[in-house]
Design a protein around this ligand. Structure first.
Ligand SMILES: CC(C)(COP(=O)(O)OP(=O)(O)OC[C@H]1O[C@@H](n2cnc3c(N)ncnc32)[C@H](O)[C@@H]1OP(=O)(O)O)[C@@H](O)C(=O)NCCC(=O)NCCS
Length: 163
């Protein structure tokens, strides 16, 4: 079992945590590994970062995947809590956010259980086809919880902030 923490010295911190059978893994192609390595080596994979300007300074869940045989053991919950703690206490972020396919009911249920709310719907976010849901959870710095007030209308991908 190993745990790797990689911090980018730029404004955006990357947190890469994996627990796997071998003390070796190369993340040259995340999507490939997400699909393939999980089947052979990795129990779960989680990647997050902290990014944004001003009151948009936030933790972002880039990816969370748990191998099928290890699901419903609170693994994803613990990884999410770890990112939330780092974002809250170390990086002093205002909120944590993530994007999830609108059809991914199990993941949406999990995020809701963990306190995330749907902040906005992003039309055709995935490959120009499926809508994405931008889900958020306010952290302690956002005292008034302004960051999670849902938008009244869906947005398109070109309206997203990419910082
Ligand atoms: C979604 C996923 C990451 C959950 O991982 P997990 O380790 O099984 O989740 P946890 O055990 O930490 O679940 C915590 C809580 O979330 C909820 N939850 C998790 N999976 C759920 C499911 N399939 N259906 C309903 N609720 C679910 C439950 O309330 C659960 O608590 P409980 O087991 O005590 O009832 C996992 O199913 C997965 O890897 N799915 C495929 C990849 C994916 O969709 N990732 C998210 C992309 S945005």
């Amino acid at each position: 079992m190993s745990e790797n923490l990689v911090i980018n010295p730029a404004s955006c911190h990357f947190i890469l945590i994996c627990i796997h059978h071998f003390n070796f893994v190369t993340y040259r192609s995340f999507n490939f590994l997400n699909q393939i390595l999980l089947q052979f080596l990795v129990h779960y994979f989680f990647m997050g970062k902290v990014e944004g300007q001003g009151e948009s300074w936030h933790g972002h869940v880039t990816a969370v995947t748990v191998a099928p045989e290890f699901r419903r053991q609170q693994l994803a919950k613990k990884l999410m809590h770890l990112l939330e703690d780092i974002s809250d206490k170390i990086d002093k972020a205002y909120f944590v956010d993530l994007f999830v396919r609108a059809s991914n009911t199990p993941a949406i249920k999990m995020y809701e259980k963990l306190g995330y709310v749907i902040y906005r719907r992003v039309l055709r976010y995935y490959s120009g086809e499926e809508d994405g849901l931008d889900m958020r959870k306010a952290l302690s710095r956002d005292v008034e919880k302004k960051s999670i007030i849902p938008l009244k209308r869906p947005v398109t991908p070109d309206e997203l902030e990419y910082d």
